[in-house]
Every structure is written in C-alpha cells, then in structure tokens.
Ligand binder design. Structure first.
Ligand SMILES: [Zn+2]
Length: 567
C-alpha cells in the first residue's frame, strides 16, 4: 500500500486499556499455555495497530508541521501513551508470572521473556512520580538548548548551524565560531549545572527506591542491555584507552599535516580538507535516483527493498516548507513498512540518509518478513546502529554515483570520522559512570572529571583560547548526557562492529555482505554478542579486538591519505 493511502484514525484509548486489562486477566486465569499464547497474539495485534496510528500521526506531523490536525493527534498520544504503556506492562507481568513458562518460551523464544523482564524492571509504579519529574527536567534542558541562538556572520544561528563555521577553511572563522558558541554556554552555565545536578539526584533517588546502590545498574536496565555486563563495558573502555587512543593520535597528525596546521588547537579538530569537504554532485532528485540505483546494484535483497520503498512513497527526504528539521527512520507495523524522513541540504549528509537511514529501513524490512513477536523484531540500540553504520561502509563501491572524482576524499573523511568517534563516545560513557557513582560532586568537580578524561581519551587536543572547553564544561553540549543517560556508548559498540565490516569488505566484498545479511537476518532474535558472533566477527569485549581493528583501519587511512597527497 502507498503511504498516502494509509488511513489514520485515532485509537480508542479507553477501550484499549480495557482490552489490555481483560487480556491480563485471561492470561492470569488461563488453564494452559495455548490459551495464554492466544491472548498474547491478540495483545500484539492491538499493540501493533496503536503503534501504527501513533507513527502515522508523527510522520504526517513532521512532514507538515503547519497541519493542526496531526499536531493535535501527536499531543493526544504524548499525553495518553504513558498510562497505556503501564497497561501493556501489566500484560507482560502476567506472562512473566505464568506457570507454563517453559512452553511459552518454546513458542516465543527465551529472549522474548528476558526483554519483557527488562521492560518491567525499568518502569516501576513506585518511581512514576520521580520519572515524571525527570521528564520535566529533560524537557527544560531541551528547551534551553533549542533556544540557543548564536550571533555569528551577521545572523542568529542554532548550535547545529554553527557546525559549518567550525569546519571553515579560514582558521580565524573557525576560532571565532567556537568562541561564540562557547560564550552562549558560559552565559547559561548556572542553569545547565543546576539541571544536571537535579537530574543526577533524581535518577539516583529512583535507583535507591528500587533497591540499587546507585543509578548505574538501573541505567543499564533502561538501555535494555542484555547479554553483556557492566564489567564487559568497563573492559571495552579500557581497551579504547590503551589500544585505540594511540592509533587515533597518530591519525590526527596526518590530518593536521594534510590541512597544513602547524600548531593544532581544538578549533582545527573538525577541519579535514584545505579545499573544503566533499559534497555530492547533482540535484536532490538526482541524488535520490542514484540511491535507488545503488541498492539495485548492491544485491537482489536490497533491490527488492528499495523498489518497495520508492513505489510505496516511503521516503520524504526533499526539503519543503513546513517540514520539521532533522531526519529519522521509523516503522509502520500494520503495513510492514519502514519510512524515512529527512531534509536534503546538498552536503554529504544527504548520502548518509541513503546509507545510514536506509540501513535501518532495510533491517526493519527484513525483520517484517519473519513473522516474529513484536519484541523480537528489533535488537537493542547498540545493534540497530550496526545495521545502519555498517551499510555506510558496505555501499562503498557505489559512492562514486554521488561523489564522482571526490569519492576517495569522502571515503577518507568517513573512515576518519568513525575512528575519531570511538574515544569521544567512550569518554562520554566513562564520564556518566563517574557522575552516577558519585552523585554529590559539585559543578566544578564535574568539570574537573571531564577535563581529566579529555586528557586521557583525546590527548592531542589543545583547548587554549577557548575558556568554555578549557575549563572542562564541554560535556554540557552533549544532549544524551542530560536526556538519555548511558545511551551513547551504543554508537561506539555499533561502530566497532561497523569498522569490522569495513575491514571484512576490504578483504572480500561478497563475504562481508553475506555476513551482514546473516546479522540483519537475526533481527532482534539474538543479543548484541550473539549478533556479532552470527556475523563471524570479533567480540568488542574480547581483549585484542580493538588493537587489531585500530591497526587495520589505521593502515588503510594512512595509505589513503598518502595516495591523496600524491595526487
Ligand atoms: Zn542510526
């Protein structure tokens, strides 16, 4: 079915709550597993339908924010979904208490129950009030951040608009851009400190109410981490620090030499090419058409997928008046249809939409054909990002369709980005571990922790001349630290796997693709370590994995850099 033909009607939430309550009662009183499975199937059908209507309203609202009807529908879902979510968790609770657990696990898979357990644990009626307060605090941060308008270049810029100036070939412009942005954060320091302090204390109180010593274990539950432990993650961070940081430090020297920066400062960090960053050629329509060709050439599976996406109108990526900013990939369960939203802007971001977001969409499309319980359609966040980040590398053979003779520069910048990200993302995770282990630190102590971590994870950076960054307050720009605690290392865990797909691709393209299909084909039926093993890749938690990966990708970057310099 075409997207425009999909019918929206607001679900009857009162009726849905009653249905969930009666399904819960039927499960509790069921004489056998069969009766419970039947009730569970009805539960899934209704849950899928409500999710489809919510997603449809969200898409149509972001496609045209001026449409008052869908704006009101979204507000309705925002206001009423939490209570309905509790009624759905009650159904999980009834299934988890079933005396027929063995038969249920045979039918639905053991992981289904592990996932339900984690969902139930992360939302307890005892902490609902604290959770509402936490929501209000993150909304306040979001609003403050969105209100940041930075006077620069004769206009008011948002934080994301400032990023272009930070890569400007003129060093004075880069420096001034960092100064202007830092000055906004300096001016709002007290509010930002206070919001974070309240968030840390609120989350600590939630954890203690549930019997944990601090928020760290509850944070792992909220991120639905299954199949690996907090110790595994600490071992990963230690590997990054010991084996990966020295490799990136060497690569940074190549970048500075290439761009002719003799005395590198922080404001030279995002500056990759003296003659500007590679951008895709052609009109937005041509870029979109090249994306379709790319997936036709890649494999029979992706050819079928991309045709369904185009023929179903499941893309809305061209810039239009009234569209919301940003981009996302979502899923319409009733129609088994992914949907991609974006605003093409003429930079390499447009190609990322066609590789990264389409990677998410391809995984959803594959999972939809498997008839799985809803909870097994998607793995955890750390694994969903494997689908997308790996697709960015596995489509490399076709990037010429977008970048032409600029392709080698794009490939170099892309691999460098992936490498540089790992120390930063891991530092964000370690910072949060310290914040929640010691919830009573003062704002000054928090900044001192960040400054120390900067010197360990990114020792090549020199913050001279930038007071905001120099004093260790740079973490206040990172939305995830405020909004979704402990979500961020997921990108590192995924990137570590995506980089392994990159090296596999360099050795044997067909084999790399076969492994990728094996991983995507498991959908959410395995945990993160299980998915990595299914693709025959090294566990990011095992000693030596990051040393080997750093060496291989580092060597490729050095060779690519040398080849470009010789041109
Ligand atoms: Zn993603």
């Amino acid at each position: 079915m075409k997207f425009e033909q999909m019918q929206y009607a607001r679900p009857d939430f009162d009726a849905a709550r009653e249905t969930f309550a009666s399904l819960r009662a039927r499960i509790a009183a069921a004489p056998d597993a069969q009766a419970q499975l039947e009730a569970f199937r009805e539960f899934e059908t209704l849950s899928r339908h409500i999710s489809t209507m919510s997603t449809l309203a969200e898409i149509r609202h972001t496609v045209d924010t001026r449409d008052a009807f869908y704006e009101a529908e979204r507000e309705f879902f925002d206001a009423n979904s939490p209570a309905l979510g509790e009624a759905q968790l009650d159904v999980y609770r009834a299934l988890l208490a079933s005396p027929f657990r063995t038969q249920l696990e045979q039918a639905l898979g053991r992981l289904t129950f592990e996932k339900m357990e984690v969902d139930v644990k992360s939302s307890d009626p005892a902490i609902l009030e604290l959770m509402a307060e936490e929501n209000a605090l993150t909304t306040a941060y979001e609003k403050l951040y969105a209100s940041a308008l930075i006077e620069f270049d004769g206009r008011k810029n948002t934080v994301s608009q400032m990023s272009l100036y930070k890569q400007n070939p003129d060093r004075a412009v880069r420096k001034a851009a960092y100064e202007a942005e830092g000055a906004w954060f300096d001016a709002h320091r007290a509010e930002l400190d206070e919001l974070y302090d309240k968030l840390v204390k609120n989350r600590t109180a939630q954890a203690r109410k549930l019997g944990y010593e601090n928020f760290i274990p509850l944070g792992a539950i909220r991120m639905r981490r299954i199949g690996y432990t907090l110790e595994d993650m600490a071992a990963y961070r230690a590997q990054i620090k010991k084996d990966f940081v020295p490799v990136v430090a060497e690569l940074k020297k190549l970048q500075y030499a290439r761009t002719g920066v003799a005395d590198p400062k922080f404001y030279d960090d995002a500056f990759c090419f003296a003659d500007g960053n590679p951008a895709p050629h052609g009109t937005p329509e041509e870029i979109l058409a090249a994306g379709r060709e790319m997936y036709h050439a890649l494999s029979p599976e992706t050819a079928e997928f991309i045709d369904e996406m185009f023929d179903g109108g499941l893309f809305d990526v061209l810039s239009k008046e009234g569209k919301a900013p940003g981009g996302y990939c979502t899923y319409l369960a009733d129609y088994k249809a992914p949907f991609i939203f974006s605003n093409f802007n003429g930079t390499s971001d447009d190609v990322d939409v066609l590789t990264h977001e389409a990677g998410h969409a391809f995984a959803a499309w594959v999972a939809a054909r498997k008839d799985l319980p809803m909870i097994l359609e998607e793995p955890g966040m750390e694994s969903c990002e494997i689908h997308s980040m790996s697709m960015e590398f596995l489509t490399a053979e076709h990037h010429e369709k977008f970048f032409g003779t600029d392709t080698p520069r794009y490939e170099l910048a892309h691999a460098e980005d992936a490498m540089y990200f790992l120390p930063y993302g891991t530092m964000v995770d370690e910072f949060q571990h310290i914040m929640y282990a010691e919830p009573d630190l003062t704002p000054g102590e928090r900044n001192a922790v960040w400054a120390k971590l900067e010197s360990e994870y990114r020792p090549w950076l020199d913050f001279a001349g930038l007071p905001f960054y120099g004093c260790g307050a740079g973490w206040q720009r990172q939305l995830h630290i405020y909004e979704v605690p402990f979500y961020y290392i997921d990108y590192c865990l995924a990137q570590t796997v995506a980089l392994q797909f990159f090296t596999a691709f360099l050795h044997d393209k067909k084999d790399a693709w076969r492994r990728y299909l094996a991983l995507v084909g498991e959908a959410g039926g395995k945990t993160y370590p299980g998915l990595v093993a299914a693709a025959g890749l090294d566990s990011p938690f095992a000693p030596g994995t990051l040393a080997k990966l750093g060496k291989e990708v580092g060597a490729w970057i050095a060779a690519q850099d040398a080849a470009l310099n010789a041109r």
